[in-house]
Design a protein around this ligand. Structure first.
Ligand SMILES: [Zn+2]
Ligand SMILES: [Zn+2]
Ligand SMILES: [Zn+2]
Length: 401
């Protein structure tokens, strides 16, 4: 797997034309741009070199360095995961017929005997419901007990089937399993503040068992990433009386602009309609985030405002399944055997976030792992993206399905 940090040079010494300034790029989306005399017009869709820091419009304290200079690119093409395409593996605990090899079944869909999706206890849970409730405080050091639930969802009875190879009907069933189990976990204990559903696919994404599966973790705290999104979008709502996710969807669907340099009059960026749209269903949209942390990151959101994943209807699930399947097929066609994480972000159950139903908007984030984060990223918190989101979106859209 290539490293992202081939050679980090923001701008060659002495060649910086102007200090970076925060400048509006499109509507809610901002970037700081370093320009050098050799860079004529860094128009996003022309394939020119881009070297800019883009603010995450939803969480402005998070930003991404988009650096597409050749020296910043991975040295070779992304390494595909060694896909295990076997239908059935005798020794695999998740394969159909081997149910006795897993911890007991918590739930099975549509039923125990003919299960298509099965939920079991995790053999090595990161959180458990057997710990004491006494919080530990020592000086400035505080700890909460690791109360929670950690479960495994076996996505499919077949061993090596990828998401885009599952039928839309099966994916709708899987999404229903996510929803139903989330609801049960929230209802089962009022100490639960967040239920995170996620999937690791491929060794680089942390999957330890090759059989396709997802995980569900119910926890007594709202994780920081979710908290930051919910709190920042609430602040936006209080100021603008608009859900920022809805505004970003509107921008993705309708925005058209040419941004000129203030002094030279050169074209700095052209935004065309649908530039960030990867897939559009009747009820869901898959978009490439303007400030993508990962080269091939894609988010799927409901087109109409919905804060809580638990409110999805049967029709929603069917359309979501179609959009997810087509999106994953595009990713597979472009980067072949993508190793990825995906996770659901939905309204937490926290008293101090109870007023966020109008301002938060649930979504699925798909984050393919095509390079290893380096010290620069871990030390700075600034993600480096070596392919411009505009170019990546264009390539993903160009796939004929
Ligand atoms: Zn298996
Ligand atoms: Zn919204
Ligand atoms: Zn999110």
């Amino acid at each position: 797997m290539p490293s992202k940090q081939a050679d980090i040079v923001l701008a060659p010494p002495g060649r910086v034309k102007a200090a970076p300034r925060w400048q509006p790029c499109r509507g809610l989306e901002y970037a700081a741009v370093w320009r050098t005399p050799s860079q004529e017009t860094p128009v996003a869709d022309s394939g020119d070199i881009i070297r800019e820091i883009r603010m995450n419009p939803i969480v402005p304290s998070e930003s991404v360095l988009v650096a597409t200079a050749r020296s910043m690119r991975p040295r070779k093409a992304e390494e595909p995961a060694a896909r295990d395409r076997r239908g059935h593996v005798e020794t695999c605990p998740f394969c159909v017929g081997n149910e006795h090899m897993t911890p007991p079944t918590i739930a099975a869909f549509p039923g125990q005997a003919d299960w298509q999706v099965r939920i079991v206890e995790n053999l090595y849970p990161v959180l458990g419901d057997d710990s004491s409730a006494t919080p530990l405080v020592f000086g400035l050091q505080q700890a909460m007990d690791g109360y929670g639930r950690h479960e495994v969802l076996i996505d499919h009875p077949k061993h090596g089937v990828a998401i885009h190879e599952m039928s839309a009907e099966h994916l709708a069933l899987l999404l229903g399993a996510y929803r139903d189990r989330m609801e049960q976990l929230y209802a089962g204990n009022d100490r639960i503040r967040y239920v995170l559903v996620f999937k690791n696919f491929g060794a680089a994404a942390g999957a330890s068992i090759p059989h396709t599966h997802s995980q569900i973790i119910a926890m007594p705290v709202v994780p920081e990433n979710v908290f930051n999104e919910v709190a920042s979008s609430r602040a936006h709502y209080q100021k603008h009386h608009q859900c920022i996710f809805c505004s970003l969807i509107d921008e993705a669907l309708t925005f058209e602009a040419t941004i000129y340099d203030r002094t030279s009059g050169e074209v700095r960026r052209r935004i065309s309609v649908g530039q960030y749209v990867i897939e559009r269903g009747e009820r869901f949209i898959a978009v490439k985030p303007f400030a993508s942390r990962f080269e091939w990151e894609i988010h799927i959101l409901p087109l109409n405002h919905e804060a809580d994943f638990l409110t999805v209807t049967e029709e929603d699930r069917q359309d979501f399944a179609r959009v997810l399947r087509r999106t994953m097929a595009r990713l597979d066609a472009v980067i072949g055997g993508a190793q990825y994480n995906f996770f659901l972000h939905s309204l937490p159950r926290s008293p101090d976030l109870a007023d966020c139903a109008g301002s938060y908007h649930w979504h699925l984030e798909i984050c393919p792992r095509t390079s290893i984060p380096t010290g620069f990223e871990l030390g700075s918190g600034l993600f480096v993206n070596t392919i411009s989101p505009e170019t990546a979106a264009e390539q993903l859209r160009a796939v004929e399905l």
